[in-house]
Design a protein around this ligand. Sequence first.
Ligand code: 3PG
Ligand code: MG
Length: 398
Amino acid sequence: MASFRSLDAFSPKGLRVLVRVDLNVPMQHGEISDPSRIERVAETITTLADGGARVVILSHFGRPRGIVTPSMSLAPLVEPLSRALGGRSVGFVDDCIGESAEAAVAALDDGDILLLENLRFHGGEETNDDDFADALARLGDAYVGDAFSAAHRAHGSVVGVAKRLPAYAGRLMQSELEALDAALENPKRPLAAVIGGAKVSSKLAVLGNLLERVDMLIIGGGMANTFLHAQGIAVGKSLCERDMADTARDIMARAAARGCEIILPSDGVTATRFADGAAQTVTPIDAVGDDAMILDIGPDSAAAIAERLEHVATLVWNGPLGAFELDGFDHGTNVVARAAARLSQAGRLVSVAGGGDTVAALAHAGALAGFTYVSTAGGAFLEWLEGKPLPGVAALQP
Ligand code: 3PG
Ligand code: MG
């Protein structure tokens, strides 16, 4: 596993500690629709504050591209953050560098907590500009990286400051790295991956890396259609990247050469419209009608995958197996997710999930809490699945 110094090796009393977190929470109609990212950084912040640190919190929100954009201010997150911290008070300052930030930091006492305004209001954050990183680093005596979900961004607050100050991994970063290590670097075998989602093209690098590492690659969602088509199976009007057929065949050949088994659906749930409650037909996968779209894996496939999971020790999951967001096409994802959750709760499976739509799909299945570990990361989880080094993790290496 990537080596890093954890908070156990840090005595923060009296120090100004810059803590990079990811408060980029999803919003719907002005409300936070999933507060997990806020809740899961609480432990790091309270640990530091209880240790007498003067805690200075750094985060981005949205993509304001260097322009002060009031709708992307972090000010509305002060209250939810304070709640997640058990009601501790959280100060706020309307810039992340410069005079106002310096004055607010200078006024902190040991144990105080201050949130700085959105880092991305300054263009230097995304370009990792030296002057910007210097200005941030002036505000602290030490740095704690706790934004695994932003670790794929080589930005000023993720990489630049970490290089300028003594750097530590926060509790959330540590738990993400430990869970990922147990899933892919040092897993108990057999190791399986469930990879779903719409397109092969967006997960090509993921599939290429996984087939080198896992014993079983279970493919569902729209991208399964591309693999079926590549094997000469007609998929009707299903989502299918026909120009990726050679690529799909190459992936299958490489997997076979490595002894990695690829599992594709043997039946499907089809409809002629992509719509809630559309009339559906369950068909063997080689009997999909010309007008039909495969919108979910079929019940035989779901049961077969759930059965295979009985004999697996470790599971990595990214992406839904069908159009779970449509009424009537969530069955496959639900069955397999619930099986994984049940086996995990029984102590028979280590299951790690993350990335994009995944958390929503598992939550919809009522299976989220049953997984061994659910990452807070979207894009960073995918880049990790691709086997790419994450700059925000590399920056924490002593
Ligand atoms: C995320 O939500 O994936 C992270 O906060 C990173 O955000 P970004 O994709 O805008 O860099
Ligand atoms: Mg993103």
